[in-house]
Design a protein around this ligand. Sequence first.
Ligand code: PLP
Length: 360
Amino acid sequence: MKGRIANFSAGPAVLPEDVLREVQSNLFNYKGRGLSVMEMSHRSKDYQTIIDDAMLRARQLMELGDDYEVLFLQGGASLQFLMMPLNLCPDNKEPNYINTGTWATKALKEAKKIGKKMHLAASSEDREFRYIPREFKLSANPAYLHITTNNTIRGTQYHQFPEIGDIPLLCDISSDIFSHRIDFNKFSLIYAGAQKNIGPAGVVMVAIRQDMLDRIPDGLPTMLDYRTHVDKGSMFNTPPSFAIYVMGLVFKWLQDNGGLDWIEERNRAKAGLIYDMIDSTDFYSGTADVADRSLMNVTFRLPTEELEAKFIAEATGCGMNGLKGHRSVGGCRASIYNSLPVKACEQLATFMREFKKQNG
Ligand SMILES: *Cc1c(COP(=O)(O)O)cnc(C)c1O
């Protein structure tokens, strides 16, 4: 068997090797119970233990107060784009959005689609989403402000969140959740598709402050009402049971290794290896403003598209995968999520140096 590649995929993305091995060893016969987690009733005691453990670990990692509910749902971050305005925007208020890229744009479109008076509080579209706007202007009667903490495609990230007092701050934190320490209690709602930083595809984690539940209008379709999932502990219907199990193991991996402080230090070192390489030469150019660069998705260009294609092809030949930029923007992108080993970033930095020498 060939070894594992250095996986720079933007998502579904790399998982911790320790987690994969644990899953593997329990795949056929979970802890001697005679069946796989995939084959287990979600109403069984064993499964309840698995989901309770994952939820507890999520709460611990977020250091959430008792006034929050944690949910494991389906439909990805993309369904949250709809559930958010549907549940949390009363008719007399406007949902506010800051547009920092593709996913942020998709989020605000959903609010418009269901007839909400979407207010654009700020946008970085004027410079191809290369930065995070510092200034914003809220509407007269804002229901909430929504931001995208990390812009997976453009390679920008919020390093400081908007201060908006009592107005609920909501965020899509899909691609940088648990990458570094933040104050989760600042947010009234956060959501993260698991497949970037915390698990396999198929589950989205939501944390919602309980006071937000009071504004949900009656009469929403059952599955689209947050209260349904709060009331039933995320098991109103069959949950994505296997994905939740693996996600719980990723949380445990994080905690056992030293939690968010550990991962933040590691992530800064990993990103530093590649950004230092980019900054040391004119051959590579970062596409995001330096102050707003992402710790998770490093986006850069080479002098020509031909060189970019060659770079990606040769890197793939050396066992480094997923370096092609998103099809909508081109260029190169190294997604260096939590689970990517440091040695993968070292390998990429070395490759970049050599490639420049030969082609620069
Ligand atoms: C990948 C991604 C999404 C889309 O997630 P799905 O789970 O596929 O719906 C949304 N927001 C951000 C920031 C992402 O990176």
